[in-house]
Design a binder for this molecule. Structure first.
Ligand SMILES: Nc1nc2c(ncn2[C@@H]2O[C@H](COP(=O)(O)OP(=O)(O)OP(=O)(O)O)[C@@H](O)[C@H]2O)c(=O)[nH]1
Length: 398
Protein backbone atom coordinates (compact mmCIF):
# COMPACT_ATOMS: atom_id res chain seq x y z
CA UNK A 1 0.00 0.00 0.00
CA UNK A 2 1.39 3.37 -1.01
CA UNK A 3 0.71 6.34 1.25
CA UNK A 4 1.13 10.08 1.04
CA UNK A 5 2.25 11.41 4.43
CA UNK A 6 1.58 14.82 5.92
CA UNK A 7 3.25 15.54 9.28
CA UNK A 8 1.87 18.54 11.15
CA UNK A 9 3.38 20.22 14.23
CA UNK A 10 6.73 19.28 15.78
CA UNK A 11 5.81 15.75 16.89
CA UNK A 12 3.74 15.03 13.78
CA UNK A 13 6.51 16.11 11.44
CA UNK A 14 9.05 14.00 13.37
CA UNK A 15 6.75 10.98 13.01
CA UNK A 16 6.38 11.63 9.26
CA UNK A 17 10.18 11.88 9.02
CA UNK A 18 10.48 8.52 10.80
CA UNK A 19 8.06 6.94 8.30
CA UNK A 20 10.18 8.18 5.43
CA UNK A 21 13.29 6.75 7.11
CA UNK A 22 11.59 3.40 7.64
CA UNK A 23 10.38 3.31 4.00
CA UNK A 24 13.87 4.12 2.71
CA UNK A 25 15.45 1.40 4.82
CA UNK A 26 13.31 -1.52 3.66
CA UNK A 27 14.11 -1.80 -0.01
CA UNK A 28 10.32 -1.78 -0.51
CA UNK A 29 9.13 1.79 -0.60
CA UNK A 30 5.62 2.50 0.58
CA UNK A 31 5.80 6.30 0.96
CA UNK A 32 4.72 7.98 -2.29
CA UNK A 33 5.51 11.43 -0.90
CA UNK A 34 5.86 13.24 2.41
CA UNK A 35 5.50 16.83 3.54
CA UNK A 36 5.79 18.60 6.89
CA UNK A 37 3.75 21.62 7.99
CA UNK A 38 4.50 23.57 11.16
CA UNK A 39 4.28 26.93 12.86
CA UNK A 40 7.77 26.39 14.32
CA UNK A 41 10.67 27.08 11.95
CA UNK A 42 13.31 25.40 14.13
CA UNK A 43 11.34 22.16 14.30
CA UNK A 44 11.04 22.13 10.51
CA UNK A 45 14.76 22.78 10.16
CA UNK A 46 15.55 19.86 12.49
CA UNK A 47 13.92 17.25 10.22
CA UNK A 48 16.32 14.88 8.55
CA UNK A 49 14.44 13.08 5.75
CA UNK A 50 11.66 15.26 4.41
CA UNK A 51 12.89 17.41 1.51
CA UNK A 52 13.36 21.09 2.21
CA UNK A 53 10.85 21.75 -0.60
CA UNK A 54 8.35 19.68 1.32
CA UNK A 55 8.56 21.76 4.52
CA UNK A 56 5.93 24.46 4.88
CA UNK A 57 6.04 27.10 7.61
CA UNK A 58 2.60 28.52 8.40
CA UNK A 59 1.36 31.23 10.76
CA UNK A 60 4.49 33.35 10.50
CA UNK A 61 2.51 36.48 11.46
CA UNK A 62 0.76 35.10 14.57
CA UNK A 63 3.28 32.51 15.77
CA UNK A 64 6.44 34.31 14.56
CA UNK A 65 7.98 31.02 13.51
CA UNK A 66 8.07 29.82 17.12
CA UNK A 67 5.01 27.58 17.37
CA UNK A 68 1.74 28.33 19.13
CA UNK A 69 2.80 27.11 22.59
CA UNK A 70 -0.20 24.84 22.79
CA UNK A 71 -2.80 27.27 21.46
CA UNK A 72 -4.91 24.97 19.30
CA UNK A 73 -7.54 27.66 18.70
CA UNK A 74 -4.88 29.97 17.27
CA UNK A 75 -3.53 27.12 15.15
CA UNK A 76 -7.01 26.34 13.82
CA UNK A 77 -7.42 30.02 12.94
CA UNK A 78 -4.08 29.95 11.10
CA UNK A 79 -5.25 26.86 9.19
CA UNK A 80 -8.39 28.70 8.10
CA UNK A 81 -6.50 31.84 7.05
CA UNK A 82 -3.73 29.94 5.28
CA UNK A 83 -5.74 27.27 3.52
CA UNK A 84 -4.03 28.14 0.19
CA UNK A 85 -0.62 27.46 1.79
CA UNK A 86 -1.86 24.13 3.16
CA UNK A 87 -3.26 23.30 -0.28
CA UNK A 88 0.08 24.17 -1.94
CA UNK A 89 1.97 21.91 0.48
CA UNK A 90 -0.44 19.02 -0.05
CA UNK A 91 -0.31 19.51 -3.83
CA UNK A 92 3.32 18.40 -3.87
CA UNK A 93 2.28 14.85 -2.87
CA UNK A 94 1.82 12.59 -5.92
CA UNK A 95 -1.84 11.82 -5.37
CA UNK A 96 -2.05 9.52 -8.41
CA UNK A 97 0.49 7.09 -6.89
CA UNK A 98 -1.05 6.67 -3.48
CA UNK A 99 -3.72 4.39 -2.01
CA UNK A 100 -4.29 6.52 1.08
CA UNK A 101 -3.16 9.67 2.86
CA UNK A 102 -1.91 9.67 6.46
CA UNK A 103 -1.88 12.83 8.58
CA UNK A 104 0.53 12.52 11.53
CA UNK A 105 0.20 14.80 14.57
CA UNK A 106 1.07 14.91 18.26
CA UNK A 107 -2.41 15.62 19.59
CA UNK A 108 -1.33 17.54 22.70
CA UNK A 109 0.39 20.21 20.59
CA UNK A 110 -1.38 23.39 19.51
CA UNK A 111 -0.35 23.06 15.88
CA UNK A 112 -0.90 19.31 15.73
CA UNK A 113 -4.35 19.50 17.37
CA UNK A 114 -5.44 22.70 15.64
CA UNK A 115 -4.27 22.07 12.07
CA UNK A 116 -4.53 18.27 11.62
CA UNK A 117 -8.36 18.23 11.27
CA UNK A 118 -8.18 20.92 8.55
CA UNK A 119 -5.56 18.86 6.69
CA UNK A 120 -7.66 15.71 6.88
CA UNK A 121 -10.56 17.67 5.46
CA UNK A 122 -8.42 19.16 2.68
CA UNK A 123 -6.87 15.80 1.74
CA UNK A 124 -10.33 14.26 1.64
CA UNK A 125 -11.30 16.81 -0.99
CA UNK A 126 -8.20 16.58 -3.17
CA UNK A 127 -7.09 12.94 -3.04
CA UNK A 128 -10.15 10.76 -3.57
CA UNK A 129 -8.39 8.16 -1.35
CA UNK A 130 -9.11 7.28 2.28
CA UNK A 131 -7.50 9.73 4.70
CA UNK A 132 -6.21 8.30 7.98
CA UNK A 133 -4.97 10.17 11.03
CA UNK A 134 -2.05 8.90 13.09
CA UNK A 135 -2.08 10.65 16.45
CA UNK A 136 0.27 10.66 19.44
CA UNK A 137 -1.45 10.97 22.82
CA UNK A 138 0.48 13.08 25.35
CA UNK A 139 2.04 11.34 28.34
CA UNK A 140 -0.06 11.17 31.51
CA UNK A 141 2.13 13.53 33.55
CA UNK A 142 2.64 16.12 30.83
CA UNK A 143 -1.12 16.13 30.23
CA UNK A 144 -1.70 16.96 33.89
CA UNK A 145 -2.80 13.50 34.98
CA UNK A 146 -1.64 11.67 38.05
CA UNK A 147 0.01 8.31 38.40
CA UNK A 148 3.30 9.22 36.72
CA UNK A 149 6.54 10.72 37.93
CA UNK A 150 6.11 14.30 39.11
CA UNK A 151 8.65 15.78 36.75
CA UNK A 152 6.15 17.02 34.19
CA UNK A 153 6.99 20.65 34.82
CA UNK A 154 10.68 20.06 34.27
CA UNK A 155 9.98 17.75 31.38
CA UNK A 156 9.50 20.15 28.51
CA UNK A 157 6.50 18.94 26.54
CA UNK A 158 7.40 21.06 23.56
CA UNK A 159 10.15 20.17 21.12
CA UNK A 160 11.91 23.51 20.81
CA UNK A 161 11.69 24.08 24.56
CA UNK A 162 13.23 20.65 25.09
CA UNK A 163 16.21 21.85 23.11
CA UNK A 164 16.52 25.15 25.02
CA UNK A 165 19.81 25.31 26.86
CA UNK A 166 18.29 27.01 29.89
CA UNK A 167 15.22 24.78 29.87
CA UNK A 168 12.91 27.72 30.59
CA UNK A 169 9.76 28.46 28.72
CA UNK A 170 8.43 31.74 27.39
CA UNK A 171 6.66 33.35 30.38
CA UNK A 172 4.28 35.22 28.03
CA UNK A 173 2.89 32.01 26.64
CA UNK A 174 0.06 30.24 28.49
CA UNK A 175 0.49 26.82 30.08
CA UNK A 176 0.05 24.21 27.42
CA UNK A 177 -3.32 22.49 27.67
CA UNK A 178 -2.13 19.14 26.34
CA UNK A 179 -5.04 17.08 27.64
CA UNK A 180 -7.77 19.33 26.27
CA UNK A 181 -5.92 19.68 22.96
CA UNK A 182 -5.70 15.91 22.70
CA UNK A 183 -9.37 15.44 23.63
CA UNK A 184 -10.48 17.99 21.03
CA UNK A 185 -8.23 16.50 18.37
CA UNK A 186 -9.44 12.95 19.02
CA UNK A 187 -13.03 14.16 18.62
CA UNK A 188 -12.32 16.15 15.46
CA UNK A 189 -10.06 13.58 13.81
CA UNK A 190 -12.30 10.63 14.43
CA UNK A 191 -15.15 12.57 12.87
CA UNK A 192 -13.15 13.85 9.88
CA UNK A 193 -10.82 10.94 9.05
CA UNK A 194 -11.49 7.43 7.75
CA UNK A 195 -9.73 6.04 10.81
CA UNK A 196 -7.78 7.36 13.78
CA UNK A 197 -4.72 5.30 14.73
CA UNK A 198 -3.35 6.16 18.15
CA UNK A 199 0.00 5.80 19.87
CA UNK A 200 0.27 6.70 23.55
CA UNK A 201 3.56 8.40 24.49
CA UNK A 202 3.25 6.86 27.96
CA UNK A 203 3.80 3.39 26.43
CA UNK A 204 7.33 4.34 25.34
CA UNK A 205 8.38 6.27 28.39
CA UNK A 206 10.92 4.40 30.46
CA UNK A 207 10.38 4.68 34.19
CA UNK A 208 11.95 7.86 35.54
CA UNK A 209 13.03 9.06 32.08
CA UNK A 210 11.83 12.17 30.29
CA UNK A 211 9.12 12.26 27.66
CA UNK A 212 11.61 13.75 25.21
CA UNK A 213 13.61 10.52 25.49
CA UNK A 214 10.47 8.59 24.52
CA UNK A 215 9.83 10.64 21.33
CA UNK A 216 12.31 8.94 18.99
CA UNK A 217 11.48 5.54 20.46
CA UNK A 218 7.80 6.01 19.75
CA UNK A 219 8.41 7.52 16.31
CA UNK A 220 10.73 4.70 15.19
CA UNK A 221 8.52 1.98 16.66
CA UNK A 222 5.26 3.27 15.22
CA UNK A 223 6.84 3.94 11.82
CA UNK A 224 8.26 0.39 11.86
CA UNK A 225 4.85 -1.13 12.67
CA UNK A 226 2.98 0.83 10.04
CA UNK A 227 5.84 0.17 7.62
CA UNK A 228 5.62 -3.60 8.12
CA UNK A 229 1.90 -3.56 7.35
CA UNK A 230 2.18 -1.28 4.34
CA UNK A 231 5.33 -2.79 2.82
CA UNK A 232 3.99 -6.37 3.03
CA UNK A 233 1.66 -5.73 0.10
CA UNK A 234 4.43 -4.15 -1.99
CA UNK A 235 7.05 -6.90 -1.60
CA UNK A 236 6.94 -9.18 -4.64
CA UNK A 237 10.16 -11.21 -4.51
CA UNK A 238 9.99 -13.86 -3.14
CA UNK A 239 6.25 -14.16 -3.70
CA UNK A 240 4.19 -14.23 -0.50
CA UNK A 241 1.74 -17.04 0.04
CA UNK A 242 -0.88 -14.44 0.82
CA UNK A 243 -0.67 -10.72 0.10
CA UNK A 244 -2.07 -8.19 2.53
CA UNK A 245 -2.82 -5.54 -0.06
CA UNK A 246 -4.21 -2.01 0.05
CA UNK A 247 -7.83 -3.10 -0.14
CA UNK A 248 -7.39 -5.60 2.71
CA UNK A 249 -5.90 -2.85 4.89
CA UNK A 250 -8.57 -0.35 3.86
CA UNK A 251 -11.22 -2.88 4.76
CA UNK A 252 -9.63 -3.50 8.14
CA UNK A 253 -9.51 0.20 8.96
CA UNK A 254 -12.59 2.38 9.27
CA UNK A 255 -14.45 0.10 11.67
CA UNK A 256 -15.42 2.99 13.97
CA UNK A 257 -13.78 3.57 17.36
CA UNK A 258 -10.01 3.89 17.11
CA UNK A 259 -7.11 1.70 15.96
CA UNK A 260 -3.81 0.56 17.47
CA UNK A 261 -0.66 -1.21 16.34
CA UNK A 262 1.25 -4.01 18.03
CA UNK A 263 4.39 -5.93 17.14
CA UNK A 264 6.88 -8.46 18.47
CA UNK A 265 9.83 -10.34 17.03
CA UNK A 266 12.02 -13.33 17.81
CA UNK A 267 15.57 -13.61 16.42
CA UNK A 268 15.93 -16.53 13.99
CA UNK A 269 18.73 -18.09 11.96
CA UNK A 270 18.27 -17.04 8.35
CA UNK A 271 20.93 -19.34 6.93
CA UNK A 272 22.69 -16.77 4.79
CA UNK A 273 26.44 -16.94 4.46
CA UNK A 274 28.33 -13.92 5.70
CA UNK A 275 29.92 -11.32 3.43
CA UNK A 276 30.04 -10.69 -0.30
CA UNK A 277 31.57 -14.06 -1.24
CA UNK A 278 29.11 -15.86 1.04
CA UNK A 279 26.23 -14.04 -0.66
CA UNK A 280 27.55 -15.11 -4.06
CA UNK A 281 27.80 -18.74 -2.99
CA UNK A 282 24.25 -18.55 -1.62
CA UNK A 283 22.96 -17.19 -4.90
CA UNK A 284 24.83 -19.68 -7.07
CA UNK A 285 23.99 -22.69 -4.93
CA UNK A 286 20.50 -21.49 -4.03
CA UNK A 287 21.35 -22.62 -0.53
CA UNK A 288 19.79 -19.67 1.24
CA UNK A 289 17.34 -21.47 3.49
CA UNK A 290 18.24 -23.38 6.64
CA UNK A 291 16.26 -26.51 7.42
CA UNK A 292 13.76 -25.30 9.99
CA UNK A 293 12.17 -27.65 12.46
CA UNK A 294 8.39 -27.39 12.07
CA UNK A 295 7.80 -27.50 15.81
CA UNK A 296 10.26 -24.67 16.35
CA UNK A 297 8.66 -22.60 13.55
CA UNK A 298 5.24 -23.05 15.19
CA UNK A 299 6.56 -22.09 18.59
CA UNK A 300 8.39 -19.00 17.29
CA UNK A 301 5.28 -17.84 15.39
CA UNK A 302 2.86 -18.31 18.29
CA UNK A 303 5.18 -16.71 20.85
CA UNK A 304 5.70 -13.64 18.67
CA UNK A 305 1.94 -13.41 18.02
CA UNK A 306 1.13 -13.60 21.73
CA UNK A 307 3.64 -10.89 22.54
CA UNK A 308 2.53 -8.64 19.67
CA UNK A 309 -0.91 -8.24 21.21
CA UNK A 310 0.14 -8.11 24.85
CA UNK A 311 3.34 -6.08 24.99
CA UNK A 312 3.46 -2.38 24.15
CA UNK A 313 0.38 -2.17 21.97
CA UNK A 314 0.42 1.47 20.80
CA UNK A 315 -2.81 2.24 22.66
CA UNK A 316 -3.34 0.17 25.79
CA UNK A 317 -6.91 -1.04 25.39
CA UNK A 318 -9.28 -3.93 25.83
CA UNK A 319 -8.33 -6.04 22.82
CA UNK A 320 -11.56 -7.94 22.93
CA UNK A 321 -13.28 -4.67 22.06
CA UNK A 322 -11.53 -4.57 18.64
CA UNK A 323 -13.81 -5.54 15.79
CA UNK A 324 -11.30 -6.07 12.96
CA UNK A 325 -7.70 -7.30 12.88
CA UNK A 326 -5.00 -7.53 10.21
CA UNK A 327 -1.67 -9.32 10.73
CA UNK A 328 1.61 -9.48 8.82
CA UNK A 329 4.21 -12.23 9.35
CA UNK A 330 7.64 -10.98 8.27
CA UNK A 331 10.48 -13.51 8.34
CA UNK A 332 13.03 -15.45 6.28
CA UNK A 333 11.00 -17.69 3.90
CA UNK A 334 11.95 -20.97 5.60
CA UNK A 335 10.38 -19.80 8.88
CA UNK A 336 6.98 -18.99 7.39
CA UNK A 337 5.53 -22.45 7.92
CA UNK A 338 1.88 -22.88 7.04
CA UNK A 339 1.11 -24.53 10.38
CA UNK A 340 2.99 -21.86 12.33
CA UNK A 341 1.07 -19.03 10.69
CA UNK A 342 -2.23 -20.82 11.17
CA UNK A 343 -1.58 -21.40 14.89
CA UNK A 344 -0.48 -17.79 15.32
CA UNK A 345 -3.65 -16.54 13.61
CA UNK A 346 -5.79 -18.83 15.76
CA UNK A 347 -4.15 -17.42 18.88
CA UNK A 348 -4.86 -13.82 17.83
CA UNK A 349 -8.43 -14.72 16.91
CA UNK A 350 -8.97 -16.33 20.31
CA UNK A 351 -7.39 -13.46 22.26
CA UNK A 352 -9.28 -10.72 20.42
CA UNK A 353 -12.50 -12.58 19.74
CA UNK A 354 -12.28 -11.43 16.11
CA UNK A 355 -13.04 -14.31 13.74
CA UNK A 356 -11.29 -14.60 10.39
CA UNK A 357 -8.64 -11.95 10.72
CA UNK A 358 -7.05 -10.59 7.55
CA UNK A 359 -3.42 -11.54 7.11
CA UNK A 360 -0.45 -11.65 4.80
CA UNK A 361 3.10 -12.98 4.86
CA UNK A 362 6.23 -11.08 3.95
CA UNK A 363 9.02 -13.52 3.05
CA UNK A 364 12.32 -11.68 3.35
CA UNK A 365 15.59 -13.57 2.79
CA UNK A 366 17.52 -10.74 4.47
CA UNK A 367 15.46 -10.81 7.69
CA UNK A 368 17.09 -12.17 10.83
CA UNK A 369 13.93 -12.23 12.94
CA UNK A 370 10.39 -13.54 12.85
CA UNK A 371 8.19 -10.50 13.26
CA UNK A 372 4.45 -10.38 13.81
CA UNK A 373 2.77 -7.00 13.34
CA UNK A 374 -0.87 -6.50 14.21
CA UNK A 375 -3.38 -3.80 13.34
CA UNK A 376 -6.32 -3.73 15.76
CA UNK A 377 -9.21 -1.68 14.47
CA UNK A 378 -12.61 -0.65 15.80
CA UNK A 379 -11.37 -0.57 19.41
CA UNK A 380 -14.18 0.57 21.66
CA UNK A 381 -12.63 0.36 25.13
CA UNK A 382 -9.49 2.30 26.00
CA UNK A 383 -9.12 3.72 29.51
CA UNK A 384 -6.59 6.31 28.44
CA UNK A 385 -9.11 7.91 26.09
CA UNK A 386 -11.91 7.75 28.61
CA UNK A 387 -9.61 9.56 31.08
CA UNK A 388 -9.16 12.42 28.60
CA UNK A 389 -12.89 13.09 28.45
CA UNK A 390 -16.19 11.37 29.18
CA UNK A 391 -17.34 11.70 25.63
CA UNK A 392 -14.15 10.07 24.36
CA UNK A 393 -15.39 6.60 25.03
CA UNK A 394 -14.54 5.24 21.57
CA UNK A 395 -18.01 3.71 21.21
CA UNK A 396 -19.33 7.23 20.94
CA UNK A 397 -16.74 8.32 18.38
CA UNK A 398 -17.61 8.13 14.72
N1 LIG B 1 6.17 11.16 19.21
C1 LIG B 1 6.63 12.40 19.39
N2 LIG B 1 5.99 13.23 20.23
C2 LIG B 1 6.48 14.47 20.38
C3 LIG B 1 7.61 14.91 19.69
N3 LIG B 1 7.83 16.19 20.03
C4 LIG B 1 6.87 16.51 20.91
N4 LIG B 1 6.06 15.48 21.14
C5 LIG B 1 4.88 15.43 22.01
O1 LIG B 1 3.93 16.25 21.34
C6 LIG B 1 3.16 16.99 22.28
C7 LIG B 1 3.41 18.47 22.02
O2 LIG B 1 3.22 18.67 20.68
P1 LIG B 1 4.28 19.35 19.67
O3 LIG B 1 4.30 18.50 18.45
O4 LIG B 1 5.55 19.66 20.35
O5 LIG B 1 3.53 20.70 19.41
P2 LIG B 1 3.02 21.28 18.05
O6 LIG B 1 1.99 20.40 17.45
O7 LIG B 1 4.21 21.63 17.23
O8 LIG B 1 2.25 22.56 18.54
P3 LIG B 1 2.75 23.91 19.21
O9 LIG B 1 2.04 23.88 20.52
O10 LIG B 1 2.26 24.94 18.29
O11 LIG B 1 4.24 23.85 19.32
C8 LIG B 1 3.61 16.53 23.63
O12 LIG B 1 2.79 15.46 24.02
C9 LIG B 1 5.04 16.06 23.36
O13 LIG B 1 5.48 15.13 24.34
C10 LIG B 1 8.28 14.00 18.80
O14 LIG B 1 9.29 14.29 18.17
N5 LIG B 1 7.74 12.77 18.69
Amino acid sequence: MQIGVVGVGGGGAALADALLTDGGGRGVDYVAGAVAIDTDASDLAALSRIDEDGRQLIGAVHAEGEGTAGDAALAAEIAREERPELQAAVDSIPVGRMDAAVVCAALGGGTGAGVAPALVDLLGQVTGTPVYALGVLPGVAEAGGDGAAGDAAADRPKRSAARDADGTDDPDRPDRPLASNAAGAVRALSAASDDLLLADLEVWRASGASYAAAWPRLDDAVAGRLGSLLAAGEAADPTPERVLDASELTNTLGAGGVSALGTAATAVENGRREGFVGGLIDRVSGADAPAVDEGEAVSVATNAARKAISHRVSLPSDLTSASRVAVVFHAPPAWLSRRGLERARNLIEEETGVPEIRWGDYPDPTADEFRVTVLLSGISTADRLAALGDDLDPTRLE
